[in-house]
Write a protein of this length. Structure first.
Length: 161
């Protein structure tokens, strides 16, 4: 059995900020994700959080946790995916430091992210298109070029995607 506490502490205090150069906000978000996960797992297993093992955080536990944060806490798919990304990042970290959990890490990495509907951009009105076409300076050669490219993009119906 592998102690969770020492690896999780090293991940949050050293790996993320020093090796991965993660921002303070990212480190805080990851720490909060693990606070939720450890509290959930400890309650489910009737263990003190400091006694949890890495093997306790298996795929069924992670899936139950993800269902819990969506159902009981009311989190949306985007928050669920952020929590899952933190867990996957931790298991990627463990692959190099605790080889005994390689198989478990592979199973965790196989947990799919939930699909999120991306909001489509509404089409532009005629006045908005005209304003964009009038933005480049027509007195310069680069302005004429930019206007021609914008006109071609709108006339051809080009999309960002």
């Amino acid at each position: 059995m592998t102690q969770l506490a020492q690896h999780l502490t090293a991940f949050l205090r050293e790996h993320l900020p020093r090796e991965r150069h993660a921002s303070v906000h990212t480190c805080d978000a990851y720490a909060y994700s693990f606070q939720l996960l450890v509290t959930f797992a400890a309650g489910r297993l009737s263990k003190r959080p400091c006694l949890l093992q890495i093997e306790d955080i298996d795929v069924p536990m992670i899936l139950a946790f993800l269902e819990h944060i969506e159902g009981m806490r009311g989190n949306k798919a985007r928050s669920r995916n952020a929590r899952l990304a933190a867990v996957k990042s931790f298991f990627r970290y463990l692959e190099h430091r605790a080889p005994a959990v390689l198989d478990q890490a592979l199973r965790v990495h196989a947990i799919p992210m939930k699909k999120i509907d991306e909001a489509l951009v509404a089409s532009l009105s005629h006045t908005e298109v005209q304003a964009l076409l009038n933005a480049p300076d027509r007195r310069t050669s680069s302005g004429i070029r930019d206007r021609a490219m914008l006109h071609l993009a709108f006339a051809g119906g080009l999309r960002v995607s």
